[in-house]
Design a protein around this ligand. Sequence first.
Ligand SMILES: [Zn+2]
Ligand SMILES: [Zn+2]
Length: 343
Amino acid sequence: MPISMLAAKKAGSGKANLIEVALPEVPSGHVLVHVRACAICASDLPEWNAQVAGPGKRGEWDADNPGMTGHEIAGDIVQVGDAVDAGRVGESVWIDAIVGCGRCEACRDGRQTLCEQVSIVSQGFAEYVVAPARQCRPIPPDFDYPIASLIFDMVGTPMSAAKLAGIKAGESVAVWGLGPVGLGLVQGSIIAGASPVIGLDPVASRRSRAEARGAIALDPMHPASLGRLRHLTQGKGPHVVLSSVANQNASRQAFDSLRLEGRLVTVAGFPPAGGEVRKWVSGSWGCYERDWPEILEQVTSHRFVLDDYVTHLFPLREIEQAFDIRGRDLEGSFKVVVTNDQT
Ligand SMILES: [Zn+2]
Ligand SMILES: [Zn+2]
């Protein structure tokens, strides 16, 4: 094993340096993962663009944090701590990055995202990362590392939100925002039997992706789009709105578009209060552990299709270009993944 590794460290707005740091210690119950792919999440971008890093709300955004925010990670287990089966060395894994304490009521019920001591495995823009052994799950046989790095947040997060919405077959669903999470919300809705599924996004290439998955896609900037959404939903609005838009105006429009007694689940932005209006609103973050078995069934069988998400691969030394493309080119980029393939 090497004793040091390269890791990206934030150096001002839109900049990172690769620095050499000691290989992290591997505590009991943990493993050391050689990172083979770490995807850029939309949630990484505000931090990347800020002049000074963190500290973030859960400790993962820290100015002194080599490896930065990266939390969509796949790689190989190269070392195990005490109390971990040594046979796991060599295993190829993706990391379920939301870690609960394992002891509280929520954790024991498989709802670890609600744990009061929740933490996130991050610092993935580096050659190695430490993670609790139980969060490292085997990569399905026909998945490469970049695609496997998307399972945690690009499958778990939207599928869990769609499940929370309790979509019934034949209900109409509108998905606001068709980025990588939004496309997952479209797929989750279709898998749940929703019809029609209507996606809204101003970016043409994102609408095309949603159409290819079976959605009707609308441009919310077009003046007729809200009327068309109403028309497609019996003049009442959709039964369910799933929203991945951070923009407050769009969040408000998404809420307003919902029919009375309809349900809104949002994975980004703010659920706007409805006053006297009878609509159900919930936030959703990440994926309950207890939901993974049925969600993994959808992705390993390729009913949830991830194959075409990765548009760009960059080696770690080109991390600035990776973030630049992801932040600037919404038409041309979808998932941008940083790799360590030179080693
Ligand atoms: Zn993410
Ligand atoms: Zn807990």
